[in-house]
Structure formats: C-alpha cells, structure tokens
Ligand binder design. Structure first.
Ligand SMILES: Nc1ncnc2c1ncn2[C@@H]1O[C@H](COP(=O)(O)OP(=O)(O)OP(=O)(O)O)[C@@H](O)[C@H]1O
Ligand SMILES: [Mg+2]
Length: 475
C-alpha cells in the first residue's frame, strides 16, 4: 500500500504514450499513478511505494517484463501485476500467469479497456485497505500500552495498572509464562511519575549466584578477581526510575535479604566499598513461580514477599480469556506481515477455530510464535491450518482439534451435575487403583465426602454409609 494510503498503480513501459494512457485512464483522487520507462527505475519506485497494482510491458529495454515480475513480487508481494503483451506473445502471457502475474492485456489497449480490466484490481486493493484499517482500529481500541485485550479480565488488569502507576513504590506482577508480565511492568513505569527516568531490567534467572551482589549493587575496582574497574549495579543504574526484577523467584535466599534491605533503606553498598550510596528506585518484581509454596518450603523470604506484594497485578492465562484469542491473532498477523513484508492479512475460519480451542500452556508468547511461523509459511494472503508448525499439526487437525476434555453426552441423556460427580468420582477411584485416600486427594475433596459419593453410587436412595469393605467392587 502506498505510504499516503491511497491506492498506488505503477506503470512501466518504454513507450511514453502508453504511460500517458495509463495515467489518463486510472489517475483519480484516490488513485496515485507512478510511471517509469525502465525496469530498474520501476523497481526502485516499487520499493518506495509498494504499489497495489503494476502494469508492466512485456518487452522492456535490457530485460523482460517476466524477469521484472519476479523482482516486483518480491518487493511488493501483495501487488497485482498485469502484463502488457503484443498479440504475438500468448505463450509469454501464459507463462506470466504461471509465475504469479494476475492478468495480461493485449496491446493496443484503450482507456475504456484499461478502466474495465484494472478496475477490479483497484476495488480489491480498496477492500484490503479497508480491512486493514478496521483491524488496526479494533486493535488500537483494545490496546493498552502494547497489550491487546478486550476480555473483562484484561480490562480489570488495565484498570489496576492505571490506579497503581501514579503511586507505587513496589509491585509484584504474577502470571504464568508468556502472559505479558514484562509488558505490564513497562506500562506501569510508563504511566508512573518516573516515566522519564530509566527502566532497568534485571533477569534474576540469568545472573550467576556469585555475581548477584556485584550485579545489583556494583563493585569497586580490585574488590574481587575480575573486578578490573569500578562498576555501578542495577540499583544505581535505575536511580530515578524503575528496576524490573524479572524471574524474582529465582533469586538466591542470601540475595533476598540484601535486596530487601536495599529496597527498604533506598541505599546500596558497592562490593568492596565501605560507603553507601543513596538511591531512589521503584521496584517491579515478576515471577511465574508460586511464591506461597516457596515461602512454605523456606526458599522465598516472607518479609520480602510482603514488602513487594503490597500491590499485586495478577495476569490471567490465555485459557482464562479465550475471547481475546481472535484479536491477538489478528494483531500478530498484522505485525508479522509488516515484519516479513508479506501480503498475509487473514486467517481461515477453521484455522481460527483451531486456535481458539487450544489451551496454550505457553500463553501469548506461544500464540505469537505459532502465528509468526504461519505468517512465514503462508503462500497467499490467508493463513490456514497447514501453515501451523508441524508439532501442532495433530492438535490443530480437524479430527484431533480439541485437547479439552470432551463431554460425550448425547443431548437426549444429559446427566445431572450430581450424577456426573458420581461418575467422575468412580473414574478417579479407578485411576487411583481403588486407593480412596489418593482418589480423594485427586478430587480435592475429603475422604468422608468421597465415601458419601461412593455410597450413593451403590444405593442412590440411601443416606451416607460407612466405607464399603471392598472398594474395587465399585470400579
Ligand atoms: N496482551 C498482549 N498483547 C500483545 N502481545 C502480548 C500481550 N501480552 C504479551 N504479549 C507478547 O507476548 C510475549 C510474551 O510477553 P512477556 O515477555 O511480557 O511475558 P512474560 O509473562 O514476561 O513471560 P515469561 O514469564 O516467560 O518471562 C511478548 O512478545 C509480548 O510482546
Ligand atoms: Mg518475562
């Protein structure tokens, strides 16, 4: 699409009269016509304007329209290329279509012919432009600092970020891998009073344990082997701004103590220096680990947790917001199309349905990768199931598409919830090899409740009974 977002037509012909004809026939308020008498200049113009339609003479000085076709489609893959041929060159015209041209016109041509034959391609380009604009609008309307989402859970997250950002001193961002924790941290910083200050990222899982102190607080020359110069740490680098401690759950226990002290006192001591340095640093911590079980296991300090978790932002997994999958998918298609300079701008209904059915353990990053792959593989402008990565093929395939538990109940005999509970309890007891303690644990219920459920299986009318002597009789 041309940069000014009108439709752009490129005409290449060594006959100036032919170029004038194209201009006269097609130029209008919404159609820009650019012309060139040589293939070389024509390609340079194509690179600059990315035309929607190109009308190229088959015979050009020093080259042929067919050779130019290949290069043109590389530069502007969405371009409809129409070749102008003499009546004597039907074979070349057929070859042109096989090589990706959209059509050919036989010379001599009239203004009327040109308008009639090229008009359809102009309409198609307009449709593409409108679709792109609508998509951009939808994404923009549901985009909060680079985060796409229109589900109510994400609206809550955005509202929370807005409320937190002006006041926070420290925030904890929680969520499974790939849910957008880093984007949240950036948004909080951007909306904060220290937005003009630095945003420094420390990835706690990437720092060697022995180097943590020096990385966070800096060191003075000669303080340990390898300390060949004075170095400031992440805290001083983030002075006046935000320090983002990513993968906070991977911070060694000893460092947690020092980190807490630095956050509380807002001062740091470089390794090997007796002096302390005052800093003013806001902290955003992020982790996908369960800090509560880490605290229970003694591997994460409670005081640090409570210091950071005064304010928490918890991100939903993608499975918790399936309504956002189509919007995210379209957002990623548009951004990869741009990145790869490809004309891909759509996704088939069955491919979108397959995406919506998945669970996405890698969340948005996984979806982004799948669309990135598909956008690269797509041959036309529409992504289809076959464009997804091979390892996803099975799960995406129509017959195997649904990884969620199926509910194979015919409509005529839908069980009640209580009946379903009983069936499920029996199933889990089988999985647990008749071990009721294990089955109750798997079901997340007490053993007494399980006994009650099982006794109802034996005799639906009877009140809760004692545990049956032989549980295997039930499975
Ligand atoms: N709401 C969103 N809209 C658009 N892109 C998103 C959104 N959330 C995340 N992404 C993209 O998904 C990818 C993963 O996001 P991010 O790195 O913030 O996740 P994370 O929670 O920090 O993951 P990890 O725990 O693995 O570090 C990034 O490329 C990011 O741009
Ligand atoms: Mg991250």
């Amino acid at each position: 699409m041309a940069a000014d977002e009108t439709i752009c037509v490129l005409a290449v012909d060594d006959d100036p009269a032919a170029l004038e004809l194209v201009e006269e026939a097609l130029r209008s308020a919404s159609v820009k016509v650019i012309t060139s008498e040589t293939a070389r200049e024509g390609l340079a113009l194509a690179r600059k304007w990315r035309p929607d339609v190109a009308i190229v003479d088959l015979i050009l000085p020093g080259t042929t329209g067919l050779d130019m076709l290949d290069e043109l489609l590389t530069v502007a893959p969405q371009c409809d290329v129409v070749l102008l041929t003499g009546h004597y060159s039907t074979d070349s015209a057929v070859e042109a279509i096989q090589r990706g041209a959209s059509d050919y016109l036989t010379k001599p041509i009239s203004v009327k012919d040109l308008r009639a034959r090229i008009g359809a391609y102009l309409d198609e380009a307009r449709r593409r432009l409108r679709a792109t604009e609508l998509e951009r609008e939808a994404a923009a309307a549901n985009c909060f600092h680079g985060m796409i989402g229109r589900s109510s859970v994400m609206a809550d997250v955005f509202a929370r970020i807005r409320r937190i950002a002006p006041h926070y001193r420290s925030v904890l961002v929680l969520g499974e891998t790939g849910t957008g924790k880093e984007l949240v941290a950036k948004a909080i910083h951007t909306l904060s009073p220290v937005a003009k200050g630095p945003f420094v990222v420390c990835n706690c899982s990437a720092v060697a344990e022995t180097l943590f102190e020096s990385e966070l607080f800096g060191h003075v020359k000669g303080s340990f082997t390898g300390a060949t110069a004075n170095k400031i740490g992440f805290f001083e680098a983030a002075n006046g701004g935000t320090l983002f401690l990513d993968e906070l759950g991977d911070l060694p226990l000893a460092m947690q103590t020092k980190l807490l002290r630095a956050i509380q006192n807002q001062e740091v001591q470089r390794v090997g220096s007796p002096d302390t340095v005052r800093v003013s640093v806001r902290i955003i911590g992020a982790t996908n680990r369960d800090l509560h079980s880490m605290m229970a296991a003694g591997t994460f300090r409670e005081d640090l947790y409570y210091r950071l978790a005064m304010v928490e932002v918890k991100l939903p997994s993608l499975a918790q917001r399936p309504d956002d999958i189509p919007l995210l998918t379209r957002h990623f298609i548009a951004s990869f199309a741009k990145e790869y300079s490809k004309a891909v701008n759509d996704i088939s209904t069955r491919a979108m349905a397959a995406l919506s059915r998945r669970r996405w353990p890698g969340n948005i990053r996984e979806l982004e990768n799948v669309i990135g792959h598909a956008a690269m593989m797509a041959e036309g402008d529409t992504i289809d199931i076959g464009d997804f990565p091979a390892e996803y093929g099975e799960a995406y395939g129509e017959e195997h598409a649904d990884p969620l538990p199926a509910f194979p109940f015919p409509q005529a005999s839908l069980p009640t919830l209580a009946e379903l509970g009983r069936q499920y309890a029996r199933h889990v007891l089988g999985v647990a090899n008749g071990n009721k303690a294990r089955a109750a644990e798997l079901l997340g219920i007490s053993r007494a409740t399980l006994y009650k459920l099982l006794s109802e299986i034996e005799d639906p009318g009877s009140p809760a009974a004692e545990p049956p002597a032989n549980s295997n009789a039930l499975v």
